[in-house]
Design a protein around this ligand. Structure first.
Ligand code: GLC
Length: 481
């Protein structure tokens, strides 16, 4: 099957979050399936262009029209991808290559990614890649199914399109003038994109795609409710017949405690007791915490954003530190209020709390490996990847039972049995604190039980093989319509 995967970011080339991780592993997993030919198209951001690790060759140069705009589009092929996935970069200095700074956040983001969406279709046409299936992601490529129907049916008469929602919070809103000025789509598409007297490209994709998926089964159900859907519950309920959840995997080669180059010691499911103890001691030293092997080390690697459940931790952290013998280590950057809170907490409890307000992938690995308990109380979570990273490294998760956290971390009892981690159902600080304490007590009072749970976590299959098969089943379904 010929599969085109379109996205605004993909590791290792450019990544701002979980979408980037998925775009690293999913195309590779699809390519491993016999008979598949996978093409990944990404914007040629400045930091990719300038990175000598990613040599490219110029395949062709075309012009992409967007309303009255005529924009240059260079097509660059990555020359050193080894797994068989074809990677093409869309080159345009005005929108991508000439800008430094973060991937998103420019005032003209709507226009930048409208250009990218159109360019993806033009690029496939130019290089003669006629996909059976297009898989596109989040608001940045949401215009692809709309433009495919409006303009590219001659070029791609049988191509089906799957649209995947990684986070419904960001929908790609623009004002109504965007329709004529930037898109200049035929008039009949106005209603497809219009919502509340504005343009909403995610709504357009949900209505236009052949199938809509999201990144866990629970989140697919939650998306029908106003509490989770950020205004799209009605649209998504209407699309329920074509909405499915496929829980993400993680890249188990990248996240592997037996080989991870960032770790001072390596281990697997049989040797984790000694291995993790070594990493924990080194980690405590690295972050300035006392080296106490038997004090439970609670860790978190996260964007410091509200929906990650940090308000629960802020509310209960002092009580937890006063009532339990434990250490807390947080790595991440984000909203100032949380950066300030954890910095302050570290000053109050210098022997108990370490707050690393930075982005550091190596330290992240050491935290997944050196921690005992991984906290992830997200208010909502489409899938979440770090709880799986933590389990793969033998660190027991404590999660709010929502979205992908519910699907990947079934709750265990106080003896650590019957599940993979500690969960709480309703989003409040008391229930969170209770779940954390159950984890700490198992660690303190029944170390054998805690180790059995760590072992169970480590032997789970979080690889992309099964999710990739589920994507294939849905691709087949679309093609057989
Ligand atoms: C988004 C979601 C996260 C998910 C990731 C990859 O970042 O917030 O829950 O794991 O996308 O699908």
């Amino acid at each position: 099957m010929k599969i085109a995967v379109l996205a605004s970011e993909g590791a290792p080339y450019a990544k701002s979050g979980g979408l980037g991780d998925v775009m690293e592993a999913l195309p590779a997993a699809l390519q491993r399936i016999e008979g598949n030919e996978v093409l990944l198209i990404l914007p040629f951001y400045k930091k990719i262009k300038e990175n000598p690790k990613y040599p490219t060759e110029l395949v062709s140069e075309i012009t992409v029209c967007l309303g009255w705009r005529k924009q240059y589009c260079g097509i660059h092929r990555l020359m050193n991808r080894e797994d068989g996935v074809q990677v093409l970069f869309v080159d345009n200095d005005y929108y991508f290559g000439g800008r430094s700074g973060p991937i998103y956040g420019d005032l003209d983001d709507s226009e930048r990614f409208a250009f990218f969406s159109k360019a993806c279709l033009e690029v496939m046409n130019e290089v003669g890649f006629v996909p059976d299936v297009i898989q596109c992601n989040d608001w940045q490529t949401a215009l692809v199914p709309v433009m495919l129907n409006a303009w590219f049916r001659e070029a791609f008469p049988h191509t089906k399109c799957m649209y995947t929602i990684h986070n419904v919070e960001y929908q790609g809103w623009a004002d109504v003038h965007f329709f004529d000025d930037v898109l200049a789509l035929p008039r009949e598409y106005y209603n497809v994109l219009e919502m509340k007297h504005a343009m909403n490209v995610m709504k357009g994709a949900i209505e236009s795609a052949d199938l809509v998926t999201t990144v866990s089964e629970s989140y697919a159900r939650e998306l029908m409710y106003p509490y989770y859907a950020h205004g799209l519950d009605g649209i998504l309920s209407n699309a329920a017949w074509k909405l499915t959840g496929i829980t993400n995997g993680i890249d188990t080669d990248v996240f592997n405690p037996a080989t991870d180059g960032a770790l001072p010691a390596h281990y697997d499911a049989d040797t984790f007791v000694e291995g993790k103890a070594k990493v924990k001691a080194a980690l405590q030293e690295e972050v300035g915490l006392p080296q106490q092997p038997d004090t439970p080390l609670m860790v978190m690697v996260t964007r410091l954003a509200g929906h990650k459940g940090l308000d629960l931790l802020c509310y209960s952290a002092r009580q937890l530190l006063l009532e339990e013998d434990c250490q807390l280590l947080i790595l991440g950057t984000g909203e100032k209020q949380f950066e300030g809170f954890f910095t302050q907490l570290q000053q109050e409890f210098p022997d108990r709390v370490a707050a690393k307000i930075t982005f550091d992938l190596g330290l992240a690995s050491r935290i997944y490996a050196g921690g005992d308990i991984y906290l992830m109380p997200s208010k909502s979570e489409p899938c979440g990847l770090s709880q799986m990273n933590a389990m793969r490294y033998g660190t027991v998760p404590v999660v709010h039972a929502t979205g992908g956290l519910r699907d990947t971390v079934p709750g265990c009892d106080e003896n650590g049995q019957g599940g993979l981690g500690f969960t709480f159902q309703s989003y409040n600080a008391d229930d969170f604190l209770d779940a954390v304490k159950r984890a700490i007590h198992l660690y303190r009072d029944n170390r054998e039980g805690f180790r059995a749970l760590q072992h169970t976590d480590m032997i789970q299959d979080f690889s992309w093989d099964k999710p990739a098969q589920r994507y294939m089943a849905l691709f087949d379904r679309m093609l057989n319509w």
